[in-house]
Design a binder for this molecule. Structure first.
Ligand code: SAH
Ligand code: DHB
Ligand code: MG
Length: 221
């Protein structure tokens, strides 16, 4: 089994379960055209996020790390009328591309894109006593994953879900001596989430068009 098999199988499912999608395809094209890194969730992962949001009846979603808004569009589509998605991006160039992609998808009225470092924006939201979220997707810098998780647990309703992307990174998570800030961040997230009795957590390894990686999912009790 190798990358070409993982890619072909991912494409097999995506052709049948997703197909062409004008706004998502345009978002990917515009992101590539603008030179953004192609590190967005895969189509199948994006659809999983959308289905999870629907499964829990999410009305308020928070995303850390917007990039070009690909995962944003997937999750925003899950929301009922009156629903809201807040997404945070520190790179103004990424945010500009995302803003256009979100508008093209007809979701400008649903999505609130905040430009700034996630830690700063989150501190502000906490100070403003923001309403709790139903779903939090943690997908910004991996070095801060534990801090983002700590914030998310305190701002997610009981029965809500926190998802953290990229917790495997081709097995790098195993390296307890790593000096890579991303690996250390993922590992401290795992320690923290595993010891937190307010949540029930699992992690799933994945292969597909994005290679070998995985995500963690925490149910807030
Ligand atoms: N969720 C997107 C992919 C996000 S890639 C998708 O799946 O479509 C990670 C993004 O996080 C990048 O755009 C990067 O600029 C942003 N980022 C990195 N560090 C950040 C920080 N400290 N605060 C906010 N955004 C950050
Ligand atoms: C990277 C970030 C991501 O969120 C992802 O899904 C894949 C790669 C990265 O920073 O390299
Ligand atoms: Mg990611």
């Amino acid at each position: 089994m190798d990358q070409s098999t993982w890619t072909s199988v991912d494409e097999y499912f995506a052709e049948r379960f997703i197909g062409a999608d004008e706004d998502l395809d345009a978002a990917l094209a515009a992101s590539a055209e603008a030179g953004l890194p192609a590190i967005q969730v895969s189509p199948s992962q994006g659809k999983l996020l959308m289905l999870l949001a629907r499964s829990i009846g999410a009305r308020r979603v928070l995303e850390l790390g917007t990039l070009g808004g690909y995962s944003t569009i997937w999750m925003a589509r899950a929301l009922p009328p009156g629903g809201r998605l807040v997404t945070i991006e520190c790179d103004a160039r990424h945010a500009a591309v995302a803003s256009a992609n979100i508008a093209r998808a007809g979701l400008a009225g649903v999505v609130e894109l905040r430009t700034g470092r996630a830690a700063d924006v989150l501190a502000g939201m906490k100070a403003q006593r923001c309403e709790p979220f139903d779903l939090v997707f943690i997908d910004a810098d991996k070095a801060s994953m534990a801090e983002y998780f700590a914030w998310a647990v305190e701002h997610t309703r009981s029965g809500g879900v926190i998802i953290a992307d990229n917790v495997v990174r081709e097995g790098a998570v195993l390296d307890d001596a790593s000096r890579d800030a991303s690996v250390r961040g993922v590992r401290s997230f795992c320690e923290m989430a595993g010891a937190d009795r307010r949540v029930n957590v699992t992690a799933v390894q994945t292969v597909g068009v994005k290679g070998y990686d995985g995500f963690a999912l925490a149910l807030v009790l």
